[in-house]
Ligand binder design. Structure first.
Ligand code: HEC
Length: 209
């Protein structure tokens, strides 16, 4: 009797474990294409000669959702990223988090995903490079602005690089898409109002690290 009870409990635990594994695969935590994925593509894949709407390297344009969806190469994106073939050596690599986001996007079936519109809170009370700006530049700019590939002569992957860019007087006009400036991020959509407000506050308050 005891033996049968033991076998049944064992089976029960096994079945529960299997069900849990299956559910886990099915329920990928959704990502928002516009805010999680496109910025990575824009910054790290659409540099000159690469996957922008003019050069379309390997017939793949990653400058917008529609363009990416229209390509029959989209199923290769994850493969080349996982193999470490893209971005090619010499360019800024994808971070572990960026790879995970792209993997989740592919697993959710390339959909635009779930996007929250919480523009309501934008805290610009204390803006420093490390706490507020680094993540913006890392997400939207460093693929084209780093020490080995200085788009327009600017590297935005270090504090000092960002300070010199701001000191040139070109930073704010570029992110605000003002006339007379190149609109940044190049090939991408405009930064959200909160990110622009933070950059402005940072410049006005003496560019604290
Ligand atoms: C896809 C590549 C790419 C991305 C992404 C990108 N840039 Fe640029 N950036 C360039 C290139 C190339 C130039 C040189 C001018 C041009 O070709 O428009 C440039 C020029 C600039 C300039 C000088 C503009 C002027 O009118 O003098 C600033 C400032 C700048 N970028 C800031 C940024 C910031 C901030 C971001 C992120 C929010 C960013 N860039 C994202 C490629 C890029």
């Amino acid at each position: 009797m005891k033996k049968i009870f033991f076998i049944y409990s064992f089976l029960f635990v096994g079945v529960v474990f299997l069900l849990y594994q299956c559910r886990k695969d099915k329920y990928v935590i959704p990502v928002c294409y516009d805010t999680d994925i496109q910025p990575i593509f824009t910054s790290k894949c659409t540099m000159s000669g690469c996957h922008n709407s003019t050069d379309k390297a390997k017939d793949l344009d990653l400058s917008s959702y529609d363009a990416a969806m229209a390509s029959n190469k989209k199923d290769d994106i994850l493969k080349v990223i996982q193999k470490g073939e893209m971005p090619p050596s010499g360019y800024v690599p994808l971070t572990k988090e960026e790879k995970q986001l792209i993997t989740r996007w592919v697993e959710q079936g390339y959909t635009k995903g779930k996007c929250s519109d919480n523009n309501s809170t934008c805290d610009t009370s204390t803006v420093t490079y490390t706490n507020s700006l680094k993540s913006i530049f890392d997400t939207y700019c460093v693929g084209c602005h780093n020490s080995s590939n200085m788009g327009g002569g600017y590297a935005l992957d270090t504090y000092s690089g960002c300070v010199s860019c701001a000191n040139s007087g070109r930073l704010l006009g570029a992110v605000k898409w003002q006339t007379g400036y190149s609109a940044m991020p190049k090939n991408g959509s405009k930064l959200n109002d909160c990110a622009i407000a933070k950059i402005q506050k940072w410049i006005n308050s003496g560019k604290p690290n």
